[in-house]
Design a protein around this ligand. Sequence first.
Ligand code: BG6
Length: 801
Amino acid sequence: LPPCVTPPEPGLWMWVLCTMFFMGALPSPAEMSQGHISVVLLGATGDLAKKYLWQGLFQLYMDQVSSGHSFTFHGAALTALEPGQKMMFDVLKKLACPPDEAPDRCAVLKDQFLKLSQYHQLKTAENYTVLNREIEVLLRQEGLKEAGRIFYFSVPPFAYTEIARHINSSCRPPPGAWLRVVLEKPFGHDLESAQQLAAELTSFFREEEMYRVDHYLGKQAVAHILPFRDQNQEFLDPIWNRHHVERVEIVLKEVVDAKGRTSFYEQYGVIRDVLQNHLTEALMFLTMELPGNLSRTEEVLQCKLQALRSLRGLEKHSAVLGQYQAYASHVQEELKKGQDYVSTTPTFAGVLVQSDSLRWEGVPFLLTSGKALDERVGYVRVLFKNRAYCTQSETLRDAGHSQCKAKQIIFYIGHGALNTPAVLVSRNLFRPVMPKSSWREVVGQPELHVFGQPLSDYYVYSPVKERDAYSVLISNIYHGRKDFFITTENLLASWAFWTPLLNSISQQPPRLYPGGVENQNLLDFEMVSGELAFTAAEPVELLHPDRSMPSDFKTIQSKFRQSPLVSMWSEDLISQLASDVEKAANRAVAGSGQFHLALSGGSSPVALFQRLARHHYAFPWRHTHIWLVDERCVPLTDPESNFFSLHSHLLQSIRVPYFNVHPMPVHLNQRLCVEEDGGTELYAKEIAALVANSSFDLVLLGLGTDGHTASLFPDSEDGLEGTQAVVLTESPIKPHQRMSFSLSLINKARQVFVLVVGKGKHDITTQISRVGRQPRKWPISGVSPSSGQLVWYVDYEALLG
Ligand code: BG6
């Protein structure tokens, strides 16, 4: 090395070639003709750069120094030249040599790397023009052809647009050379903001120029999911589906809390911070169909997009949320908020995700992440169903191969008991094919247990060279591997999936947890009929200081408008109502062999539907006919449709024969609720044909705040007078057009139950309790079965406010 240690200026690259020659690493002239790459790191003195990016760039340099490309590295920030330079070189001097690198070679390369790095202040448009000129001058002086430029944005997103504008207007490489801009999350806050940011960026860069980073795609275990599936197709093909997979857990648990980051965290929370991106990406690798060829980026991305789009929409109850107790004080301190500031930002979330694809329908995917938990660990665990019954006693079963042991495949992302990325496959599944050059089999540590089994029950593989996620990604940027990054389409599809849940929980108070090991079982959760719930009851004193009953409850009269009244807290009321519906059903089936049940739409009955779907195994569904009391004039597949809601909350979970389900014919001749199409007559005829005397066994009604019931509204004639059974009506609120049972049809029923819940219904409940029969003013007051029974189910909140 001696003659080359100090570089002669300005022939920088001559000097680098010289040192390489002495190291025996001099590439051939053909190799050197690959051209020059300028890497610009914006935010060069920031946290991410200090912790990972410079080290990743150094690794790139070490790996590619003989590739035939030459490099320069330009750190940039807003700080003025001298202090910025000092800060940046303080970081560069501390760059570490990886354990698998020969120390001598590494030391020389580090020296070169430092010489090839410069600091720039990039603040004004002028600064960018100067940077561009400097790159051009350097290339000219060294006689180098330009291969491309990488601009790594390690800056907050509010700075993106301006930087993008400057790069686009003054730092684009000449034709023939590529431009790659690398962007760090957050990429928006919800679908709308992501769309806006994407639109801004698209006005400066082409899609193929943008590399949106999700560093989990660079984690070795995550990056190996697709290759693993590809290389083990022979074993996986028969079992990688809903018939064999019991459930999948995708988990990132952290011990750290949000202290020091609350200004970011308070706006984002754990779902946006981790689930929307890192865990969703891992989920996609598991659920997407395997493309024919993994090296075809476009195919990979398309399959991923398709998987994302086949996820079933999330609802409020798809998630359980928590917040570590000290979070409030961290926010108050750091954001200068008063003691009374209440934050609903979750720092823990468990979300049940389901796919509607044929392969995965019905398989629960549990995505979980949180701060201030008991351990730091990340993994993707696929747990298979086990059908075997083993006759021999446990002690006689062979180690690991017994069909009675759990069958699982785990992509261990890192930390935790193993403290290394790993792929584990239960020995009773198959011995996986793993690329020997990059993964090696691990043996030993038989005493270590992971996921309930000793390590010896698994084939375990860990990477030959452990690589930090950022150096994997930086290498992929260099190689132009776009499948390791998030495209605009994928990003927006992911936000489209998460945004409705985020909106629905924005005001929901998360369960408080103390943090660390003290959390005990407070955050354990379970799946119940497609929803998630904490397994342990909520510590009442934390969130609901006073849930005791008002003292005057025992005095509530048991009649409402001269009919029987059932009143309780809403949850008890719903279970009482569900059991009364079941009783009515059994009575009807015992009498006539059939039960004709007509159900209303809207939000109140949803809880009843869910209750019936979950708890009523003895319900005579096979003999039940389900009718709609009213319907909105939208297609049945529209989430606004009453039938759609009935289907999601009840029908899809019970076994009613298809021919017993009678949606209202609002959609005929490819149009909605047109009188000439005769939908109302059609439904009335169907009722007359199947329901004796058109007298339903049970009609379930609700009550609107304006006194409407079914879709019969005040100040209207439709359905309130006359004998027509089914009518078209107009609602004052959207969707305006409706189809509805008339009062005359309702009043023929043997039983009518009216369900009224929630504080919002208190005023109308009071009003209705005092008035006589005035259906034009309050359609509900016209409900009065001619020979049947009417029962009111009104919860305490509606009754007492
Ligand atoms: C980041 C999140 O994207 O990922 C952090 O913003 C989180 O909140 C981190 O701690 C986890 O990454 P890793 O690599 O430490 O598992």
